[in-house]
Design a protein around this ligand. Sequence first.
Ligand SMILES: [Mn+2]
Length: 191
Amino acid sequence: MAREISIARTTKETDIKISLNIDGTGRGNIDTGIGFFNHLLTSFALYSGFDIDISAKGDLEVDGHHLCEDVGIVLGSALNKALGDFKIARFGYSIIPMDDALIISSIDISGRPYFETNDLFTDSFIGTFQTEWLTEFLRAFAMNSRMTLHILKLRGNNSHHIAECLIKSLGISLKEATRKIDDILSTKGVL
Ligand SMILES: [Mn+2]
């Protein structure tokens, strides 16, 4: 069965439509109205190997917080639903460099949501993108995909490099964690 799904979610703050194919080719068709966020999510699709279509509109006149968090909610829910029988490798990790940045991401798609990271950014902004919006996206994504996600910045000064390196690392860890296996990897027999 193809591990793909389309989800739409509309609130007073945001209107989000996402299509996800876990067994894709890394194609990203992303329109969130926030340039740097589009850049990161396009990279996320490429390194995860997922095909992702995102059309997101939101109350940017307030700021980008609601939109980034809600894209995390919907993308996480889509991943959780598309995984279906959960016969997957479950664990994935990677240590990825990008110039001055060096980031570890480690995942367990366990059904138990948890998110933790150390201090990632010294700057509050990358251009007009607020760095804390990315942390909100990651937390909402981890919670709604029901995975344990740890992100650890080992090094890095340039916030653009840190953000992009983090997303590449997350994509590569996800590609491994969602790899199909023959059975459910759990002593409980369920995830
Ligand atoms: Mn870049």
